[in-house]
Write a protein that binds this ligand. Structure first.
Ligand SMILES: C[S@@+](CC[C@H](N)C(=O)[O-])C[C@H]1O[C@@H](n2cnc3c(N)ncnc32)[C@H](O)[C@@H]1O
Length: 290
């Protein structure tokens, strides 16, 4: 939804725009082209590798961008340190990038063998391995239900705890295989539109990175620093995130802080889903600071 983001943000020369999830810079590059001369892009990411890609990609814009290795929940402190008191727009493109998903060493994908890691920030302490091998059965079951709405959460948690007594669950393929064996036989193949391990992987990733608990406060902090008429654009990756965004926007509107531009969330067009199948469940919401 790159075009839509740029259309709504409508970046102009001299403006300060924040990309809260810079990734490998798809959105930021288009923003940079539009804010020169004189503008500044501040790009946040928890993933140092992605920031390194951006540093190279943006080299022709040196002086017009600042890349910050931080969680976007800290954006208020980071911007304050830089002396920025108002911004002209902000975008959040939540979840993980294709770049992260395809790197098998990061352990985000059940389609490739890799270590059970899933940390967005490789300097953080808790990995998927730690959660999966240390939480008790009911804690695992709760994670699978709360963050993945996985119907077979109890069965998966039970088998997982049984199997890790024999050997730790240490790879992505091991976990995906275990999920497949935990669900009833008739649901294993061809029943789901998605791979049966999709929800488990989503749930574990959300838990490892504590993705949902910081969302509301991050959106509130972003709105607090937006200049009048500036836009906040949020692309969420699944319905749990979208629900938080929807409720936070409504509460901020009730407080008289924003107007909601997208009464209903926008979804990707069919051609975008063909190019990037993981975008199929994304939702895009925009609000404007009053
Ligand atoms: C979907 S990708 C963004 C892709 C980007 N818009 C682009 O065009 O390349 C999401 C990125 O946000 C980062 N991310 C997710 N949650 C974050 C958080 N709380 N703080 C900072 N970065 C985060 C991830 O590491 C990932 O690189």
């Amino acid at each position: 939804m790159l075009r839509e983001v740029i259309d709504y943000l409508d970046p102009k020369p001299g403006q300060i725009i924040v990309d809260a999830t810079v990734g490998t810079g798809g959105h930021s590059l288009e923003i940079l082209k539009r804010i020169i001369p004189g503008g500044k892009l501040i790009g946040f990411d928890r993933d140092e590798n992605s920031l390194a890609v951006c540093r190279q990609r943006f080299s022709e814009f040196n002086g017009n961008f600042e890349l910050v290795h931080a969680n976007f929940v800290d954006l208020d402190q980071v911007l304050e340190k830089q002396g920025i008191t108002g911004i002209d727009g902000i975008v959040f493109d939540l979840g993980i990038s294709t770049y992260q998903l395809k790197d098998m060493e990061r352990g985000f994908s059940f389609q490739q063998e890799g270590p059970l890691d899933m940390r967005m920030d490789q300097s953080s302490y808790i990995s998927a391995y730690d959660l999966v091998n240390n939480l008790n059965e009911s804690e695992i079951s709760d994670i699978l239900w709360n963050f993945g709405q996985e119907r077979w959460h109890n069965r998966i948690a039970r088998l997982l705890v049984q199997e890790r007594k024999v050997q730790p669950i240490s790879t992505t393929v091991q976990l995906a295989d275990l999920v497949m064996r935990a669900i009833p036989y008739r649901y294993r193949k061809g029943y789901y539109r998605i791979h049966p391990a999709t929800r488990t992987f989503q749930a574990v990733r959300i838990a490892v990175n504590r993705e949902l608990e910081i969302l509301e406060s991050s959106i509130r902090k972003a709105v607090a620093i937006l200049k009048k008429k500036a836009k906040i654009c949020v692309i969420s990756f699944h319905s749990l995130e979208d629900r938080v965004i929807k409720h936070t926007f409504r509460a901020l509107k009730a407080d008289g802080l924003i107007d909601i531009i997208t009464a209903k969330p926008m979804t990707p067009v069919a051609s975008e889903v063909v190019i990037n199948p993981s975008s199929r469940s994304s939702k895009f919401r925009v609000a404007e600071r009053i």
